[in-house]
Design a protein around this ligand. Structure first.
Ligand code: ADP
Ligand code: MG
Length: 340
């Protein structure tokens, strides 16, 4: 009996070690299955869209494919330059828009127009065209051309008739470029959820939506500096969109002045006071539209409005380089020594 006791103990110890090894191996395999990170990039909406999804490979690859397909569908349908789109038919042939999906986005765009006092206006298209921002060689129009074109701008010339969007003036044309990308991102996130992905990041050329967390951690999203390569800092997010509008995306310089693609519907010229806006909101479509709206509104009015809209935070960077934070955000941005 005495002699066999140590052997039994050794056996138990061996079995315990084996159990520990098997369990930890099992946990590893299980985690790599659950927390596998998959990534795919496609060019659309004028930019590179990258989707990252966490989960079992079988689920993530299919979900990413379908989500990117859905975004591409939104891009084609909402693109004012696509001759097949209802937007093109509305702009060029005065065909009322009946597509329910487009109408819903337009309804929201009109709300933003009303709340922003017309700073956001989807009837901006004739101005975008005049400035040449639909092509590769934008130019500074003459003052008279701008003045003439301003008579074709105004969301008040849009109306709903028999459930369709119509216009009260023939040369009204719309451009959903300030909101469609956000809507596309929202749709992609819905597809991911439907396909069983609860953890993903959609990056549409720096406009980001974080679905759930990155496994057990938050997603980290960088805040761009409009005048430099380095980031201003980053935020840690979950189920939030972080969207940007800037004077650095499409612009030209003439007589040392910068002219860019976010136009003030009230003056006909590029919005003056800001060089960048980063906006955070749970809904990427809301974030996209308001980002453009705030850019046009400028720092004073912009911050005032933002503090009245729930769940919305923003960082505004003036052309002088001053950084302005909405009340809830100042302490959430990390990596900014002086602000933390
Ligand atoms: P990006 O699409 O470059 O990320 P934005 O979301 O700020 O940037 O959208 C800019 C686009 O919105 C422009 O290219 C134009 O199509 C459209 N746009 C420009 N000015 C306005 C405006 N005042 N209101 C609504 N849309 C605008
Ligand atoms: Mg926008």
């Amino acid at each position: 009996m005495k002699a066999t006791l140590p052997r039994t103990k050794a056996k138990i110890a061996l079995i315990l070690i084996a159990v520990v090894i098997i369990v930890s191996l099992g946990i590893r395999i299980y985690n790599s299955y659950r927390f596998h990170l998959e990534k795919q990039t496609r060019f659309m909406m004028d930019t590179y869209v990258t989707l990252y999804a966490v989960g079992p490979e079988k689920i993530t690859s299919r979900a990413i494919d379908l989500a990117l397909d859905r975004m591409q569908e939104v891009d084609e349908k909402f693109n004012a330059l696509n001759p097949e789109s209802p937007i093109y038919a509305f702009n060029h042939r005065n065909v009322p828009i009946a597509d329910e999906e487009i109408l819903n986005v337009i309804r929201y765009a009109l709300k933003v127009s009303a709340t922003s006092g017309g700073a956001f206006d989807i009837t901006i298209a004739p101005l975008v065209k005049l400035w040449g921002f639909y092509g590769d060689s934008p130019r500074l129009p003459r003052a008279k051309e701008i003045e003439d074109t301003l008579s074709k701008i105004g969301y008040k010339y849009l109306l709903f008739r028999d459930g369709k969007l119509d216009k009260t003036k023939a040369d009204i044309a719309i451009d959903l470029g300030g909101i469609a990308k956000g809507y596309g991102v929202l749709q992609a996130s819905k597809v991911l959820l439907e396909e069983g992905v609860a953890s993903a990041l959609i990056d549409a050329g720096g406009d980001v939506y974080a679905l759930g967390k990155k496994g057990r951690k938050f997603w980290k999203v960088g805040i761009r500096n409009p005048r430099g390569e380095e980031l201003l800092g980053y935020v840690e997010v979950e189920d939030l969109a972080v969207m940007g509008s800037g004077d650095y995306e499409r612009f030209f310089i003439k007589d040392s002045r910068r002219f860019h693609h976010i136009l003030d519907p009230r003056t006909g010229y590029p919005a003056q006071d800001l060089s960048g806006v980063t906006l955070i909101h749970p809904d990427p479509m809301v974030a996209d539209a308001w980002c453009t709206a705030l850019f046009v509104l400028g720092p004073g009015k912009g911050l005032e409005i933002i503090d009245k809209i729930s769940d919305m935070e923003a960082i505004l960077i003036t052309t002088e380089g001053e950084k302005l934070y909405s009340s809830g955000l100042k302490h959430a941005v990390k990596g900014l020594g002086e602000f933390n």
